[in-house]
Design a protein around this ligand. Sequence first.
Ligand code: ATP
Ligand code: NCN
Length: 199
Amino acid sequence: MVLGYPIAKPGQVIGLLGGSFDPAHEGHVAITLAALRRFGLDRVWWMVSPGNPLKEHGPAAIERRIAAATDIMDHPRVTVTGIEQRLGTRYTAETIAALRRRYPGVKFVWLMGADNLVQFDKWQDWKTIMDSVPVGVIARPGYLLAAKTSKAARVYSDARLSARRSWQLGRSDAPKWCYVNLPLSEASSSAIRARGEWT
Ligand SMILES: Nc1ncnc2c1ncn2[C@@H]1O[C@H](COP(=O)(O)OP(=O)(O)OP(=O)(O)O)[C@@H](O)[C@H]1O
Ligand SMILES: O=C(O)c1ccc[n+]([C@@H]2O[C@H](COP(=O)([O-])O)[C@@H](O)[C@H]2O)c1
């Protein structure tokens, strides 16, 4: 866990996995390790968000979510952060713009599960995100068709990198996005909460 801003050197490729992590689970770990390998990333930063702007009910306290995320995600190339809290940003477009200003020469890649690609066109300034950083999308059970036919996928169909060439994503210029299939993980924070395992 890093309380301030993590260190990154110019030229490095950093994957950003934003999420509520309420709580973090093995699905997050699996997609992170796969993203490192498949998208040619040097590091991944988990960005435990103050709260998803599209979700009505607020998550657990950020300190508790960061502590639980740090317990489960133990890898030398992955850092759990509270960067958005620190930057004072809430929308991903703002966060990415702030990080690019703060880390000149560092290449950022936005990472998300297929469920988020489905509603990506509802995000604030989603085209700005697409046009500023490569986007790596990881399959999630139940979202294959909806993700592939989503508005974002259709509008940016020319900017799609095939899964065969996914390793090029980290060094690609935006707009570029890539969808990869992995052994799927059924894990979800809402299922953990529904089972009463995170109260
Ligand atoms: N099992 C999974 N497979 C693929 N992507 C996942 C999986 N779990 C989470 N993600 C992705 O990780 C990111 C952060 O997810 P988040 O913290 O919202 O967890 P979640 O399990 O989706 O939560 P909730 O069930 O409350 O919606 C999102 O981009 C999400 O799509
Ligand atoms: O910027 C937006 O409009 C926006 C809308 C929905 C979600 N996000 C981001 O997407 C990431 C995943 O959100 P969540 O709630 O599915 O964990 C997290 O970093 C959110 O801040 C961002």
